[in-house]
Write a protein that binds this ligand. Structure first.
Ligand SMILES: [Zn+2]
Ligand SMILES: [Zn+2]
Length: 309
C-alpha cells in the first residue's frame, strides 16, 4: 500500500481496541444471612456448601483509544500494572466474599460474588485507570460473563456440547442439484459433527444475589429443550422441524433460539445470542435482539452470521 501524506506517522490519532488477559484463582460461597440453611441450599445448591469452593478465573479486558506517537493505544506495562494493582493482586488466592466491601453480605447493600457481579465490580475498579470498553470474565471454560459499563446490565454465556448427524439436501431438488449446492454434505446417508453451543443471555444483576437469572434453571432448560433431544440424533429425521427444513448450522442455530427464547424469558432473562460451532472451521451466530454489545451486530431484529474461518 502506498503511504499517503494524510496518514499520520505511526498511526497517531487513529482509533483501535486492544485487549489484555489476566488470570487469578479465588474461592467463594453463595450464602445469604437472611435465608435459612434450607433456603440457601435450595437457592444455591452446592455453591452454598461451607467453606466454599474455587475457580481459576480468566479476565479479558478490552480498551479503546487513539494511537499515540509510539503507535500504541496504551503502553501495555501501564495496563498490566493497573490490572494487577486494582484486581489480580487483591483477588488472587483470596476468599472473594471477604475481599471487596461490595461482597460483604452482612451489610444490606452487599451482594454475592457471582461471575456477573464480579465482572461489574472489576469494571468499577479499572474504569478510573484505563479506557475500558468491555470486560469478559471466565469462571470456567464453559461459563463466562460480559460487562460493558451499562449500570446493572450484564451478559452470561453457557457452553454446551452435543453430537449429531445431518444431511444437507432439499427434498424438492434432484440428487445432482443437491450435490451441486451442498457437495459432500448432500451424501445420502449423512455425516456427523461435535457441536458446541454457546447460549448468551442478558439481564439485570440482582443487587443481592448478584445473579442475572437462576443459572441452574438456565442450564436445565437448555439441556432439556436442546441437548437431550439433539444429542446422538439424526437431525433430519429425529427433530420434526428439520423434516422440511435443511439443517444447516444457520438453521440449527435459529431453531435453537426459537426453542429457548420464551423459556429464558420465564426465568427472568433475555436471550441475546446463540453461537453454534459446527466444526473448527465453521460456526453460525444468531443475534436475537438489537443492542450495543458486540460490534458484529447490525440493525435488524434477528440476524445471522456465518463464520467460515
Ligand atoms: Zn463457584
Ligand atoms: Zn455437516
Amino acid at each position: 500500500m502506498t503511504k499517503t501524506k494524510s496518514q499520520p506517522k505511526h498511526g497517531q490519532g487513529r482509533n483501535c481496541v486492544i485487549t489484555r488477559r489476566a488470570c487469578f484463582s479465588a474461592s467463594h460461597r453463595y450464602w445469604l444471612p437472611e435465608l435459612s440453611s434450607e433456603e440457601n441450599d435450595k437457592c444455591f445448591g452446592k455453591c452454598a456448601l461451607a467453606p466454599g469452593h474455587g475457580h481459576n478465573y480468566e479476565l479479558i479486558v478490552s480498551m479503546k483509544g487513539r494511537l499515540n506517537q509510539d503507535g500504541m493505544v496504551l503502553n501495555l506495562s501501564e495496563v498490566k500494572h493497573a490490572i494487577s494493582q486494582e484486581v489480580t493482586n487483591q483477588l488472587d488466592f483470596q476468599f472473594l466474599n471477604t475481599t471487596w466491601s461490595e461482597f460483604d453480605v452482612s451489610k444490606s447493600q452487599g451482594c454475592l460474588p457471582t461471575t456477573e457481579a464480579l465482572v461489574r465490580i472489576i469494571w468499577k475498579k479499572l474504569k478510573p485507570h484505563i479506557p475500558i470498553v468491555s470486560i469478559r470474565l471466565y469462571e470456567q471454560e464453559r461459563l463466562w460473563a460480559d460487562y460493558c459499563g451499562n449500570a446493572m446490565e450484564a451478559y452470561l454465556t453457557i457452553r454446551k456440547h452435543f453430537s449429531a448427524a445431518h444431511r444437507l439436501a432439499r427434498e424438492e431438488l434432484s440428487k445432482k442439484e443437491n450435490d451441486m449446492i451442498y457437495g459432500k454434505c448432500a451424501r445420502t446417508h449423512g455425516h456427523g459433527h461435535n457441536y458446541f453451543l454457546d447460549v448468551t443471555v442478558k439481564g439485570s444483576i440482582d443487587p443481592r444475589t448478584g445473579m442475572i437469572c437462576d443459572l441452574t434453571a438456565l442450564q436445565e432448560l437448555v439441556e432439556e429443550l436442546v441437548i437431550e433431544p439433539f444429542d446422538h440424533s439424526f437431525l433430519n429425521k429425529d427433530i420434526p422441524y428439520f423434516e422440511d427444513c435443511v439443517p444447516t448450522a444457520e438453521n440449527i442455530a435459529l431453531h435453537i433460539s426459537d426453542r429457548i427464547k420464551n423459556p429464558i424469558k420465564e426465568i427472568g432473562a433475555t436471550l441475546h445470542k446463540i453461537r453454534l460451532q459446527e466444526s473448527p472451521n465453521n460456526a453460525a451466530e444468531v443475534y436475537i435482539e438489537n443492542n450495543s454489545f458486540n460490534s458484529k451486530q447490525n440493525s435488524s431484529i434477528e440476524e445471522i452470521e456465518k463464520v467460515n474461518l
